[in-house]
Design a protein around this ligand. Structure first.
Ligand code: GUN
Ligand code: ZN
Length: 437
């Protein structure tokens, strides 16, 4: 048995905070001890109390004065878009056609997919992200390389081979049958191997024919324990084109509903321009709307109504994500900073407690994985991030006047990035130092 004891300030959420003074929503221990045995959290409490329970062979790693939290979770990003980030385009469809659909063709090549997979997981770790929900490319081999690398690193990853059979270059199209067959093969090869979860991934209604949507629905029915991911209501031109392609549908959301793709395991990227009817349908089905602030701003897609959706009578479940490569940062800190500004522009507020809840437990709940990841609770996988609020001269200076935990969290969100991440643990193993620049 391998066992180690981390010492530092511990922060782990219990539920969504209801305001800045909601101290009942989290556990905070100033001089805490987190005991990890065989990759699982085995104890949490005051350092002296936890230390008293362990033998002399347990390695003690002192992270004081840094803050120890559950690893960050990113619920929507694209593994084949690492070299698309920062491409100059006016809007979503131009960006997809000019850059993204060109770049993704390279992932037909196993060597290229394998090389980018290494870079991808390195980058996540550098930014403190220990679980992510990724789109691979249309090529099965891209999913094979993604999951092989995730398994090699023992990371809890979700991902899917993209299904797309129209409105894209020939080299990026499967067929309803091959998309179905390849997805099934990826499921049998990878789901449950290591910590891998396979996600059924029709890219979006524009690039899937009705026949392919039928096949995606069939997969969702055959594998009800798997997640589904796609894009919804990101951009006005996208919405108009979708409604032309599916004239019988009441609206964009109804396209997915028609094929049985709504549900509590379904993640819908963007959801910026939903009508009340669509929000009702999302709510009634328990579907999750994924907020991707850096991407929505970068592509000029619009302002996500986080409170408008999550606080309505029929509440919609919400997750947060980077959406690399429409998104512009791998950092969940940078992502929530931009998210905060998106809310500000709409007269909505998000407290720093809520932000850090959303990066961790909130996203774990959205994925239905809260028993495994997202907290430091005993029995959880020991995916952990260590945060240094004094990592740069400017933040160290500001920390001289910071008085509360909430203020410190807000500073890390506002000015933090990969430099803030002092260490990342994956299943109890420290993995950042080896790759840090
Ligand atoms: N809609 C369909 N595909 C994509 C994608 O790759 N990125 C974004 N932001 N939106 C999409
Ligand atoms: Zn996306």
């Amino acid at each position: 048995m391998t066992s180690k004891l981390l010492r530092g300030r511990l922060l782990s959420f219990k539920r969504e905070p209801e305001g800045l003074s909601d101290s009942g929503s989290y556990l905070y221990i100033e001089d805490g001890g987190l005991l990890i045995e065989n990759g699982i959290v085995a104890g949490i409490g005051e350092f002296s109390d936890v230390q008293a329970t362990v033998g002399a062979v347990t390695e003690i790693i002192d992270h004081r004065p840094n803050l120890i939290m559950p690893g960050f979770i990113d619920t929507h990003l694209h593994f084949p878009q690492m070299q698309v980030v920062g491409s100059y385009a006016g809007s979503l469809l131009e960006w997809l056609n000019t850059y993204t659909f060109v770049e993704e063709q390279r992932f037909a090549d196993a060597d290229h997919s394998a090389r980018i997979a290494v870079k991808f997981f390195d980058e996540l770790i550098r930014h403190g992200t220990t679980t992510a929900v990724a789109y691979c490319s249309v090529h099965k081999v891209s999913a094979d390389m993604f999951f092989a690398e995730a398994q090699r690193r023992n990371m809890l990853m979700l991902g899917g081979k993209v299904m797309m059979d129209r409105n894209a270059p020939e080299a990026l199209r499967d067929t309803p049958q091959s998309g179905y067959d390849d997805t099934k093969q990826v499921i049998s090869d990878w789901h449950g191997k290591g910590r891998n979860h396979v996600v059924i991934t029709p890219r979006f209604a524009i690039t899937s024919s009705p026949e392919q949507m039928e096949m995606a629905g069939a997969l969702a029915q055959e594998f009800p324990h798997l997640h589904v991911q796609t894009h919804l209501s990101e951009n006005h031109a996208e919405i108009d084109f979708t409604c032309e392609l599916y004239p019988q549908a009441k609206d964009y959301t109804d396209v997915y509903a028609h094929y049985g793709l709504l549900g509590p395991k379904s993640l819908f990227g963007h959801c910026i321009h939903l009508s009340d009817r669509e929000a009702d349908a999302m709510s009634e089905s328990g579907s999750v709307a994924v907020f991707c602030p850096t991407s929505n701003l970068f592509l000029g897609s619009g302002l996500f109504g986080l409170k408008r959706l999550s606080k309505r009578d029929k509440a919609v479940r919400v997750a947060v994500a980077t959406d690399i490569g429409g998104g512009t940062s791998y950092s969940m800190l940078r992502t929530l900073d931009e998210g905060y500004k998106v809310l500000q522009l709409q007269g909505e507020r998000m407290t720093p407690l809520e932000s850090f809840y959303r990066m961790t437990l909130g996203n774990a709940e959205a994925l239905g994985l809260a028993g495994k990841i997202g907290t430091l609770d005993v029995g959880s996988d020991a995916d952990v991030v260590v945060l240094n609020s004094r990592a740069t001269p400017a933040t160290a200076l500001k920390m001289e006047v910071v008085k509360t935990l909430a203020e410190e969290l807000f500073l890390m969100q506002t000015m933090g990035d990969d430099r803030t991440i002092a260490e990342t643990y994956v299943a109890g193993k420290a993995v950042k130092r080896g790759i840090a620049l």
